[in-house]
Ligand binder design. Structure first.
Ligand code: TMP
Ligand code: ZN
Length: 421
């Protein structure tokens, strides 16, 4: 069913790795999704001919328990002036950030304290820390989203984060009481260097709080669409504990949260901090060991689950096409790029994708060239079936789209299992 595609690498992409980014030992190939464009490179018809690709595959380092991409495009190609993702675009995410901010203010940030947010995007999160009460600083390499934050009075350093920037911030503003980073640490290839820079910026009792998609959830739900260019790592608690230890830091808490289809919120302090370790850390470590997540064989099993999911989804879409049904995609998420390209979903199977982000509308999906149309088009031209790419927002979307279902519309989902409901 899938046409084999020639390998076609992005100029300047890091060469395919055979060794772990953290410990240098050999990586074992877990999954190979083949030729892949950048997840967020929505493009115009004129750009089809110059589209660039890389090989999307991931490996596992058994000594570090670290799941990582084998090849990653240069960060500058992914996070730039045209980056189309705005954190503030989902109601659920806005609520989530406001809840995280309340927790930080209550537990970790004194009045007058200093908070930095790595990957601060359009400032949605930092807005929750009034500037009369706190010192706040965003760090964000994508200029367009960073400018949106600056326009709202949120001081933002437009740059990637490393030890040089960390030293400069410390010199100019002092040490940080809280270092936040949601959906960012798993994007940065130099994990050791970033943790080193975090350790440098933190005050002795300062806390770093990160959120990233959780490997355990990806395995349990076969949500292989979390694997795309930006996610160079999918973390387990075991891997994070080891990575922190290597940089004089200590992971003292971890919890599972709903965002991005199942993420880990984890808290880190300096090695010698007085903070107590939450019993949750040990529970995660035990359950990861028990579930086989630390053994390579679990990743071979995951590969088979991905292939099975792909085959079922294509079968379902092909059958619907034969019945002359009209299938549209719902939300042109980054995740959808992996699904569309890995499964080989062409515009004859999914005729358009509805999306609320103006920067994506009127463009085409990376690699598969399915038109992305405004949400209003979906509302006024209900398809017979909607393939839900923003499955991590299922509740919000099902509630919003009752009229679609009442008009006879059906949802197609593929996480955790391919299903038409
Ligand atoms: P994400 O938060 O899962 O990455 O989703 C990002 C994209 O999904 C973004 O382009 C907006 C789009 N989207 C919709 O079009 N409708 C929706 O109801 C939601 C939640 C997202
Ligand atoms: Zn390693």
């Amino acid at each position: 069913m899938r046409t084999p595609q020639p390998s076609h690498s992005i100029l300047g992409a890091e060469p395919r790795r055979s060794s772990c980014r953290l410990c240098g030992k050999g990586l074992r190939l877990a999954v190979d999704f083949g030729r892949m464009p950048l997840a967020n490179a929505f493009l115009t018809r004129e750009q089809f001919a110059s589209e660039v690709f890389f090989n999307l595959s991931a490996g596992f380092c058994e000594p570090c328990s670290l799941f990582q991409l084998l090849e990653q495009p240069k960060p500058e190609q992914m996070f730039h002036g045209g980056y189309p993702f705005f954190t503030g675009s989902s109601e659920g995410m806005r609520r989530h950030f406001s809840e995280l901010a309340s927790r930080i203010r209550k537990d970790f940030l004194p009045d007058g304290g200093f908070i930095t947010d790595l990957g601060s995007n359009d400032g949605t999160f930092l807005k929750n820390f009034p500037q009369e009460q706190y010192k706040r600083l965003g760090i964000e390499p994508s200029a367009n989203v960073a400018s949106a934050a600056q326009a709202q009075g949120i001081e933002t350093e437009i740059s990637f984060f490393d030890i040089k920037i960390s030293k400069r911030i410390r010199q100019q503003k002092g040490g940080a009481d809280v270092f936040a980073g949601t959906n960012v640490l798993c994007h940065i290839p130099d994990l050791a260097g970033t943790l080193h820079a975090v350790a440098h910026l933190l005050n002795p009792e300062g806390v770093a709080i990160f959120e990233d998609p959780y490997l355990g959830e990806v395995l349990a739900k076969t949500s292989y669409d979390q694997i795309y260019d930006e996610h160079v790592y999918l973390f387990s608690v075991t891997a994070l504990v080891r990575a922190c230890e290597s940089q004089g830091l200590r992971l003292f808490d971890a919890e599972l949260i709903w965002t991005h289809g199942g993420s880990l919120r984890y808290s880190i302090c300096k090695k010698d901090s007085k903070r107590m370790e939450s019993p949750r850390v040990r529970q995660f470590l035990d359950s990861e060991k028990k579930s086989g997540m630390l053994d390579f064989s679990r990743y071979e099993q995951f590969r088979e689950q991905c292939e099975h999911s792909r085959d079922l989804l294509i079968e379902t879409l092909t059958a619907l096409k034969a019945q002359r049904k009209r299938v549209a995609g719902y939300a042109a998420t980054s995740k959808s790029t992996t699904v569309l390209n890995y499964c080989g979903i062409t515009p004859d199977l999914v005729t358009f994708i509805s999306d609320t982000t103006p920067e994506k509308q009127g463009k085409f999906t990376p690699g598969t060239h399915i038109p992305v149309l405004p949400y209003e088009h979906f509302k006024s031209n209900y398809p017979t079936h909607a393939l839900l790419f923003a499955w991590n927002h299922t509740e919000e979307i099902y509630a919003k789209e009752e009229a679609f279902v009442q008009s006879g519309g059906r949802w197609i989902t593929y996480v955790p299992k391919v299903k038409v409901s």
